[in-house]
Design a protein around this ligand. Structure first.
Ligand code: 3PG
Ligand code: MG
Length: 399
């Protein structure tokens, strides 16, 4: 890998230079209060930012938050993130109320050596995510004007061909930050020759998001355990009725085909927790996976499934886990995710947790982060890396 790193940039000297850092500060927010519910992604970028401020750089941080549609939208403001970032860095973060406008220009111009600015949400500008190269390029020109060098530390966004990820590095001397480097190092251990048995646990709601990675992983893994909302489309493909559980009808055929080709590697739930409604206080009980009553909705994997999955995980030497096993945000439906997370934490395997949701689940359930080998900040990014896809953000750093 011919990527220059933050250490290379630091060795050149950054004192007094403006360094534009693309971070992934896309943190989950409480829908009611707007509070940051998990600051893992902010903490993950601190090593890069502290190294730069410590070396006297003028640090200009940019990020997206949520999916605003190319125009300012207050619910997606990075303002609260600027506050939290400042607390964690132990220094004031100067917040620009636009991304490349007057506020951004004056904020960047006023930076002293060792100070940090955060620009408003990149996606308040249509150029950031545009499919049109010229429109993205024009926005990248404006962003690049704020830096003498560029650091990509937004691992969670390296799979996006967006201006700040893909086009800015073509305009400035560019390096990979500490987080991006560490993520790539760890994930490459999974695509190389993982120590066997190699067991992958996939959950989360959408099968369609995971098909490509399942396809890519099947030849490599020894066992593939499937839970979460996506398991119901597989159960349907096995000929079971799933009641009013999450179902992607148009994927049933594809799932059937995967099951046929999986040589028995795919393990599905044998029991599920079925509820009257999608609600924290809904009446619920455990039913066999082939006997979900027609009006019930499956919201978690059942205890027998947890035990079966745990047995498959016990002897593993390498484990990758992406996606919760149930609606873990509701305590009644968190047992499956907790059971699997605790099992993974206890194994001697090299363990990688991928994805914003699974990482947030680990922290929300109060599990010790250090009992996992690596907790990735990237959901889609880590999956696409494992699929073997070219990631626009990584490719841009290689050039
Ligand atoms: C993520 O949360 O997966 C990353 O921040 C990327 O966000 P996106 O899926 O909206 O591009
Ligand atoms: Mg995502």
């Amino acid at each position: 890998m011919s990527i220059r790193t933050l250490d290379d940039l630091l060795a050149e000297g950054v004192s007094g230079r403006r360094v534009l850092v693309r971070a992934d500060l896309n943190v989950p927010l409480d829908k009611q209060t707007g509070d940051i519910t998990d600051d893992g992604r902010i903490r993950a970028v601190l090593p890069t930012l502290s190294a730069l401020t410590g070396a006297g750089a003028k640090v200009v941080v940019c990020s997206h938050l949520g999916r605003p549609k190319g125009a300012p939208d207050p619910q997606f403001s990075l303002g609260p993130v600027a506050g939290r970032l400042g607390e964690l860095l132990g220094t004031r973060v100067h917040f620009a109320t636009d991304t490349v406008g007057d506020s951004a220009r004056s904020t960047v111009d006023a930076l002293a050596d060792g100070e940090v600015a955060l620009l408003e949400n990149l996606r308040f500008n249509s150029g950031e995510t545009s499919k049109d190269d010229a429109e993205r390029g024009a926005f990248a020109d404006q962003l690049a004007a704020f830096g003498d060098a560029y650091v990509d530390d937004a691992f969670g966004a390296v799979h996006r061909k967006h201006a700040s990820v893909h086009d800015v590095p073509a305009r400035l001397p560019h390096v990979a930050g500490r987080l991006v480097l560490r993520e790539v190092e760890v994930l490459s251990r999974l695509t190389g020759e993982p120590e066997r048995p190699y067991v992958v646990v996939l959950g989360g709601s959408k099968v369609s998001d995971k098909l490509a990675v399942i396809e890519a992983l099947l030849p490599t893994v020894d066992r593939l355990l499937i839970g979460g909302g996506m398991c119901f489309t597989f159960l349907k493909a096995q000929g079971h009725e799933v009641g009013s559980s999450l179902l992607e009808e148009e994927m049933v055929g594809t799932c059937r085909n995967l099951l046929e080709r999986s040589e028995g590697k795919i393990m599905l739930p044998v029991d599920v927790v079925a509820a009257d409604a999608f609600a924290p206080d809904a009446a619920h009980d455990t039913v066999p996976a082939d006997g979900i009553p027609s009006k019930r909705v499956g919201l978690d994997i059942g205890p027998e499934t947890v035990a079966g999955f745990a047995a498959a995980l016990k002897g593993a030497r390498t484990i990758f886990w992406n996606g919760p096993m149930g609606v873990f945000e509701m305590p009644a439906f968190a047992h499956g995710t907790r059971g699997i997370a605790e099992t993974i934490a206890k194994t001697d395997a090299f363990t990688v947790v991928g994805g914003g949701d699974s990482a947030a689940a680990v922290r929300a359930l109060g599990l010790d982060e250090s009992s996992f080998g690596h907790i990735s900040t990237g959901g889609g990014a880590s999956l696409e890396y494992l699929e073997g896809k070219t990631l626009p953000g990584i490719a841009a750093l290689e050039n």
